[in-house]
Design a protein around this ligand. Structure first.
Ligand code: FES
Ligand SMILES: [Fe+2]
Length: 402
């Protein structure tokens, strides 16, 4: 029925539906200590080792349409400017003049010929080269070539631009493991940006992200929406290296189509599994994306503080579909589901802070959450995580090499 990875996902879903117990040998998952959601020392480690050292989705190429288009991007706390150069290449820099650190761009977005520091007038081109220093005579032996803007790793998966503040990180495509291979028929270099929206929620970023890594909650909080068309008992998960994972959930009826997307243009080369079932990836750490042939939403989860976060939804569609009349309805439907998902988040935050709750008890079906936490400890460095906040590393036998 399906080819390649689609066949594996499909047979996995059939197996899940039929089983009465967790697989032989699957361990009882230790509690995830609640301090991982609240302890300032832990959150500081997370900031330093996760958010500042991971490949993070930044923007779509359509958001920087012209030479000189730029965006100011501060999702990790660092001020970063992402700009399109004369050679049309997209680059990212710290928004910090090499003289004394003043900002180079001040607006959230715009278009410029180059970067000009308003503090003492140093100027740079769009590729970050330092072009001129005012009163150069007073800087003996200053080598302009060594004082270009500090560049940040910036790489693409199709038309999607990711950045990483870690200069020694493995290349994006390598670090994504099997995910680019799964998406190879999705024409990612032709996919277009449609719209994006963001919502602030009063909880730690992980409180909400957790809800997007499992389908155990479907029957309770989505009875009128997602649960009507997805059979959560058939959810099949694959855990991959680097914290990534996928969750495939069968439609209750094979012929079911999203009513909000019927008649929308499709990516005609999309694997059938994306047309007929629900396949949602977690690109570690904070991107969750259910892939469909009629369009792809990116849900992005960003920390704003210990107990504040932002969830962003970005929509992408096939070439020529950007102005389709159904987008507003489709996005509104998705927002309704998102509201169902966010409804408990601020109360969960209260619980995790109150001292009357000691940790998360996770099931086999919720193991992607545990996998996420294990990877976080590996990134921080297991010995660096305070012992009482560590999660034991036990899932490696359950990580797929494919
Ligand atoms: S800080 Fe930019 S020129 Fe001085
Ligand atoms: Fe949900």
């Amino acid at each position: 029925m399906y080819d390649g990875f689609g066949a594996e996902l499909w047979s996995g879903m059939q197996h899940e539906k039929a089983r009465d117990t967790a697989p032989d040998g699957f361990p009882r998952l230790p509690k995830v200590p609640v301090g991982r959601y609240t302890d300032p020392a832990f959150l500081a480690l997370e900031q330093q080792h996760l958010w500042r050292k991971s490949w993070l989705y930044a923007l779509h190429v359509d958001e920087l349409p012209e030479v000189g288009s730029y965006r100011l991007w501060r999702k990790t706390g660092s001020p970063i400017v992402i700009a399109r150069g004369k050679d049309r290449k997209i680059r990212a820099f710290y928004n910090a003049c090499r003289h004394r650190g003043a900002p180079l761009v001040e607006n959230e977005r715009g278009r410029t010929q180059g970067f000009f520091c308003r503090y003492h007038g140093w100027s740079y081109d769009l590729s970050g080269r330092l072009l001129a220093v005012r009163e150069k005579r007073d800087f003996p032996e200053l080598d302009l070539a060594c004082h270009g803007l500090n560049e940040i790793r910036c790489e693409q998966l199709g038309n999607w631009v990711f950045i990483n503040e870690d200069p020694s990180a493995a290349p994006l495509l390598e670090s994504l493991g099997p995910i680019p291979g799964h998406l190879r028929n999705m024409q990612l270099d032709r996919i277009r940006f449609v719209a994006s929206k963001s919502f602030d929620i009063a909880c730690n970023v992980k409180v909400l992200l957790d809800a997007f890594l499992e389908t155990y909650h479907l029957k309770s909080i989505h009875p009128q929406t997602v649960d009507r068309f997805l059979d959560s008992r058939g959810t099949y998960n694959i855990l991959w290296r680097n914290g990534h994972s996928v969750m495939a959930t069968p439609h209750r009826r094979p012929e079911w189509k999203d009513p909000g997307a019927i008649g929308m243009p499709e990516i005609d080369t999309a694997d059938e599994i994306y047309v007929e079932q629900n396949v949602s990836y977690n690109v570690y750490p904070n991107l969750v994306t259910p892939i469909a042939s009629t369009g792809i939403p990116f849900c992005l989860f960003w920390p704003k503080g210990p107990r504040e976060m932002t969830v962003e939804v970005h929509w992408f569609g096939p070439e020529g579909s950007q102005d389709h009349e159904l987008w507003p309805t489709r996005m509104a439907n998705f927002e309704r589901i998102l509201e169902e998902d966010t409804q408990f988040a601020p109360r969960i935050q209260e619980s995790v802070e109150c001292g009357g709750f000691d940790g998360l008890v996770l099931s086999y079906q919720e193991r992607r959450i545990y996998h996420w936490h294990e990877e976080l400890d590996r990134r921080i460095g297991i010995e660096t995580v305070p012992e009482h906040l560590r999660v034991p590393q036990i899932l490696s036998p359950w990580i797929s090499e494919q």
